[in-house]
Design a protein around this ligand. Structure first.
Ligand SMILES: N[C@@H](CCC[C@H](N)C(=O)O)C(=O)O
Length: 294
């Protein structure tokens, strides 16, 4: 007998999204909810489950083995899972929605707060106007600078390798429709560049310092937004445009349109990337624990 789960009759959940990248939020302060990959996949199923791009389990840092080292800096740990149940290092929209939930639930004050993630502690600012800003840390561009390609059907594009804690391949395309349905993951070569899999972004220009993207996420498929992806796109676009705040000493801001809305992203001379956009928690309910544990 499982002493935790056998005594739980209902499991509280909430639903939220950031620019339509949507999440099931599971408050689990003491880290008692053992959540397997198949359970996450069932929760995220859009027909037989609640439906989401991923799960945000809300655990006290002190109660999670991967986060206890952060407990002095950030009370809460975002245990993020992709919709197929896989674990990712970071979720940029997720951390904004997570912070919105903490404030709504009275677990943190509006304004500045810190959230522990697998990608380290992130500083977040929750505004009264609906926007949430997160300091995402620095991007890495590990290369190779040439030779990476993204392919969908007959279309092939060169891509840039950008790491935002998690891996991205950013391809500039003539038309976002050229990426096709994105039901299947685009082919990315050489595969050895991304041994852990990759998120793929397709980008078009809208105006100076303003781009639009579509994304196929590792572990979740095509989503309506990806925060880490938007940051990767911002950095790849700035470098393509010959802009590097570390060289100019001036911050640079790009607007990144995603299918689910708009994100505003600034890179500072020290490399820190700040992302701002809406984050919404819109529903609350109770899961049948016997369904989850069946
Ligand atoms: N949607 C997220 C990214 C989630 C993780 C990603 N699918 C991965 O596996 O790396 C975001 O907003 O950043």
């Amino acid at each position: 007998m499982d002493p935790v789960n056998d005594t739980v009759k209902g499991i509280r959940f909430l639903k939220g999204h950031g620019t339509e990248n949507d999440f099931v939020i599971l408050p689990d302060p003491d880290g008692l909810l053992a959540l397997s990959a198949p359970q996450v996949a069932r929760l995220c199923d859009r027909r037989a489950g609640i439906g989401a791009d991923g799960v945000l389990r809300v655990v006290r840092s002190a109660a999670h083995p991967e986060a206890e080292r952060y407990a002095a800096d950030a009370e809460w740990f975002m245990d993020y899972r992709n919709s197929d149940g896989s674990i990712a290092e970071m979720c940029g929209n997720g951390v904004r929605v997570f912070a919105r939930y903490l404030v709504l639930a009275g677990l943190a004050e509006q304004g500045d707060l810190a959230v522990a993630t697998r990608g380290g502690v992130k500083q977040v600012h929750v505004s009264a106007d609906g926007d949430v800003t997160v300091r995402m840390g620095r991007a890495a561009l590990p290369g190779p600078e040439t030779g990476i390609e993204v392919a969908v059907g007959a279309h092939r594009w060169p891509a840039r390798n950008v790491n935002m804690g998690n891996p991205h391949a950013v391809a500039f395309v003539a038309d976002l429709a050229d990426a096709g349905t994105l039901y299947d993951a685009p082919e990315v070569t050489p595969a050895a560049v991304y041994p852990e899999g990759v998120n793929v972004e397709f980008v078009v220009d809208r105006a100076p310092r303003h781009v639009a993207l579509r994304v196929h996420e590792r572990g979740s498929g095509e989503t309506r937004s990806c925060g880490t992806g938007a940051c990767a796109v911002m950095v790849a676009t700035a470098r393509r445009d010959g802009v590097d705040p570390a060289v100019t000493g001036e911050p640079v801001t790009y607007t990144v349109d995603v299918p689910g809305g708009r994100l505003v992203i600034t890179e500072r001379p020290d490399g820190e990337i700040e992302m701002t956009g809406p984050a919404v928690v819109l529903a609350e309910g109770e899961l049948d624990a016997s369904w989850l544990h069946a």
